[in-house]
Design a protein around this ligand. Structure first.
Ligand code: GLC
Ligand code: GLC
Length: 831
């Protein structure tokens, strides 16, 4: 039976169109891409924050509510006795029409009822600390319509964590000011805060409310605010309790007439000595300026056009034309868009991440930036410096930092032994995209301590050293608290449910717990590091100073040599101690027992080490990679992708930690943890198996899932989610934890560099596709370091891998690297 569909792609407009508000889960979008962010669901639920979803939350949100997704920016339209919302919620009055269009950093929700259409465009203008809500009301009847419009936003008392728990204080601190049509929220401004928020509308209002209880009524729901139901604002003034902002506007529309109302939810910071304009009166100068920038339809339309232009530019850097819509829309639009969002949010704020849990992850952010670096390299550059600044002198790293302070997070600390490698992964991607070696000379502190600065290159070096200095009995990397798999806690041994699996190490001394995932990662990033050193040797000898980041040609060659030995030794150790016969082992536990071996009853095979060791090409000549990939296909693959491990653990294993805490088929216990599927896919491309790579890829490609499984999959069909329930689960195919996942960057990296095969390299673009035999021709346009390359790949014989010849502007080149040069270039690639 065909599944119900809730929406469809509109590629021409770069939108996903939702046609039924009762989606199987709120389908959200993100507004803003720099400092001011909002989450918005298809019914206008969600919230806004400035930079940090925990420490600077502007509007309140209640998680895991009943009903789901309650709270947001709501417009109530009272037309006679009927009260309705353009986004259906919260009143849930049946609408005559409903549509939500999620686009690139904007959302447009349109509803109509009894001959009135209300369309609201939500977006955060570029470089602006505010959310614009442009509402267009249209009278589609032949009669005059008199409407009562109420807006609604509920303020959060800034710190989203204490906002939800410290009521003995919160209920006494709330303060507001009202000036004309602008409602100000200034809680705690009298003391240590130098910021406030406001909600305004570009018209005269006929009333307002700033106190939640007065507006809604203590025992009412969002669906039935007393003020709205009676059609009468209270003009309430909040003192403590819960401050809100609601405008009341009377609108009369002639037949056929339409009218715009522009609402603006903004955020302002003042200098310490300019906080007040009079005793107890906040300085509103900056608010006035901000309001003025968006107080007419023309200004707002211009700002919206600018946002669209910005996305045109970003999405024009890499475009594909393959003849396969499902591929093209992901590559050209949605995958790149999701990469921007993961770059901005890390794992902080989504409808699964509360925004009060995690900050920016060391490993997460390094991976995220690889999906984003081609879009805005300067921002990726800053991110690399910020991340490296949280490293310790021994090469270990804080696992997370808070975006507001950029300081390492002490609650979680360090000790995740894969972390250092990711810094190399991110930095190399940045340099290959930009050719900017100067980043390596940047002076970067340890743990943000000024005075401790060394060059970024030195940070990379100690990152490699950290692995080399922490090898176990099989000369494989010690795992520490966990490697990429946060739930493989081999030194934890916890029987106390109040302990965190990630931060508890009840054993550690004398641990033999080693990771094959880190071993593979080390070989991959080690090879990158060696290539970087060799390139630096060249660059140093060619430049005037004769050195880069304080080192000369000879130093880099010696360093390359040193690392080559370490990489070779690691590859040998993997072959000797990490091969199980048909696949790579996953780890050795605390006692030195095998994990991910055919000898084990459960968890015989894991995906991470198959991915990383095949990407690294370890044992390629001996046939190990091919075997490992076959085993992954045979044992891990199912209809919805590849599961993390197989068979799933059915009981708790204290020596393994959180992985065995999950029911079978979910999360790290045999869920399809999408993030790691691309590792095997890249491994397939390294082995030249284009058909297998493509099959694995399309199983988790959102557009392919969208076509088949909207109800089963549940979560947004236009982006990847972190986890899809695996074959051992009760409901295989059900998705969870959408949006904020390393999957976005990895899917991008995989398709752009390994499948379509357009790989930035130090000297130019390296072309090396790996294709399904059905792919006979496609075109990619790639902007790269000032040049624009129109690349046509011809594959008439349906080869999976192997470039025969490349011509650039009519001339055959040697090898596969297109040298960089400005201007437009025609490239023809023959497979
Ligand atoms: C989560 C974490 C990521 C980790 C992964 C696997 O997505 O954000 O850091 O690698 O889970 O456990
Ligand atoms: C849980 C999750 C894992 C995540 C970790 C860190 O263990 O299962 O995916 O990475 O928490 O927050």
């Amino acid at each position: 039976m065909a599944e119900k569909k809730y929406g469809h792609f509109d590629d021409a407009n770069r939108e996903y169109v939702i046609t039924d508000p009762k989606t199987p889960w709120p389908w959200i979008n993100y507004l803003g891409n720099e400092d001011f962010f909002s989450l918005i669901s298809n019914t206008a639920g969600g919230y806004s924050f400035y930079k940090d979803a925990k420490f600077r939350r502007l509007t309140r949100y209640r998680y895991n509510g009943v009903p789901m997704d309650n709270g947001g920016r709501y417009f109530y339209i009272k037309d006679g006795d009927t009260v309705w919302n353009p986004g259906w919620k919260p009143c849930k009055t049946p609408l005559d029409s409903y549509e939500c269009r999620h686009g690139m950093n904007y959302t447009r929700i349109t509803g109509s009822k009894n001959g009135v259409e209300a369309s609201v465009l939500f977006f955060v203008p570029l470089h602006t600390w505010a959310e614009v809500q442009k509402m267009t009301l249209k009278n589609q009847t032949k009669e005059v319509k008199t409407l009562k419009v109420f807006s609604f936003a509920e303020w959060c008392l800034w710190n989203a964590a204490t906002d939800m728990e410290n009521f003995q204080r919160n209920f006494s601190t709330g303060e507001v000011e009202v000036e004309g049509s602008t409602l100000y929220h200034k809680t705690e401004y009298r003391e240590r805060r130098n910021h406030y928020a406001f909600y305004t509308v570009n018209t005269e209002i006929q009333g307002y409310d700033t106190d939640r209880e007065s507006f809604i009524g203590l025992y009412n729901e969002f669906a039935e605010p007393e003020a709205v139901m009676e059609g009468k604002p209270r003009n309430s003034f909040a003192h403590g309790w819960s401050p809100i902002a609601s405008h009341y506007i009377e609108v009369t529309l002639q037949p056929g007439e339409s009218r715009d109302l522009i609402f603006l939810l903004g955020y302002v910071e003042n200098e310490q000595d300019k906080k007040f304009s009079a005793k107890k009166v906040i300085n509103k100068e900056k608010a006035h300026q901000l309001i003025k920038k968006f107080d007419t339809t023309e200004k707002v339309d211009a700002a919206f056009a600018e946002l669209n232009q910005y996305w045109d530019n970003l999405l024009n850097i890499f475009t594909v034309k393959s003849g396969n819509d499902k591929l093209d829309r992901m590559v050209n639009i949605w995958n790149q868009y999701q990469c921007m969002i993961t770059f901005c949010m890390s794992r902080s704020a989504s409808f699964f991440e509360s925004g009060i849990g995690r900050g920016m992850g060391f490993r997460d952010s390094n991976q995220d930036l690889v999906g984003f670096v081609h879009q805005i390299p300067t921002r990726a550059r800053q991110r690399i410096i910020d991340i490296a600044s949280t490293q310790f002198p021994d090469g270990g790293c804080y696992h997370q930092y808070q975006p507001l302070t950029k300081r390492g997070n002490n609650d979680i600390g360090g000790g995740f032994n894969d972390d250092p490698c990711w810094l190399i992964f991110g930095t190399v991607a940045y340099i290959k995209e930009t050719g900017d070696f100067s980043i390596l000379s940047e002076q970067v502190p340890f743990d943000n301590q000024s005075g401790s600065e060394v060059s970024l290159f030195e940070h990379l070096k100690i990152s490699m050293n950290h692995i080399i200095n922490n090898l176990g009995p099989h000369k494989l990397p010690l795992i520490g608290r966990a490697d990429w798999n946060d739930c493989l806690n081999l030194n934890c041994f916890s029987w106390d449910p109040n302990e965190s699996f990630q931060t508890t190490e009840n054993k550690g001394e004398g641990s033999k717990a080693e990771s094959l995932m880190i071993a593979g990662l080390f070989v991959v990033t080690g090879k990158d590091y060696i290539a970087l050193c060799k390139q630096l040797a060249k660059e140093a000898s060619n430049c005037r100073e004769g050195e880069i980041a304080g080192l000369a040609e000879e130093d880099y060659l010696v360093e390359a040599d040193r690392m080559q030995q370490a990489v070779d030794a690691m590859s040998e150790a993997v072959k000797q101690y990490g091969w199980d016969g048909e696949w790579f082992l996953r780890a050795y536990d605390f006692f030195g027992n095998k994990i991910g071996s055919n000898e084990n009853e459960e968890g015989k095979i894991f995906i991470e080490s198959q991915g990383w060791c095949t990407m690294a090409g370890i044992g390629q000549e001996e046939g190990l990679c091919g075997k490992a990939l076959d085993s992954a296909k045979e044992r891990l693959e199912c209809e919805h992708g590849m599961v993390l491990n197989n068979p799933a653990y059915t009981t708790y294993h204290v020596e393994m930690g959180e992985i065995s805490s999950y029911p079978e088929g979910y999360k790290e216990n045999a869920g399809i943890f999408c993030h790691n599927n691309p590792w095997v896919i890249i491994g397939e491309t390294v082995a030249g198996r284009g058909n297998d790579a493509w099959n694995h890829y399309t199983k988790i490609l959102p557009s392919y899932v969208e076509e088949k499984y909207q109800t089963l999959h549940k979560v947004e069909p236009y982006v990847n989610c972190q986890m899809v329930a695996g074959k051992d689960a009760a409901k295989p195919g059900e998705g969870k934890n959408s949006w904020l996942t390393g999957t976005a960057a990895w899917m991008w990296y995989t398709v752009s560099e390994f499948i379509l095969g357009i790989k930035p390299d130090y000297e130019g673009l390296n072309i090396d596709p790996c294709l399904p035999s059905t792919a006979h021709e496609y075109e990619v346009t790639r902007k790269f370091r000032g040049g624009e390359y129109h690349i046509v790949v011809k594959n008439p014989e349906g080869r999976e891998k192997g470039v025969k010849q490349i011509t650039v502007d009519g001339k055959v080149i040697d090898g596969t690297i297109i040298p960089c040069s400005a201007g437009k270039h025609e490239v023809i690639v023959q497979m």
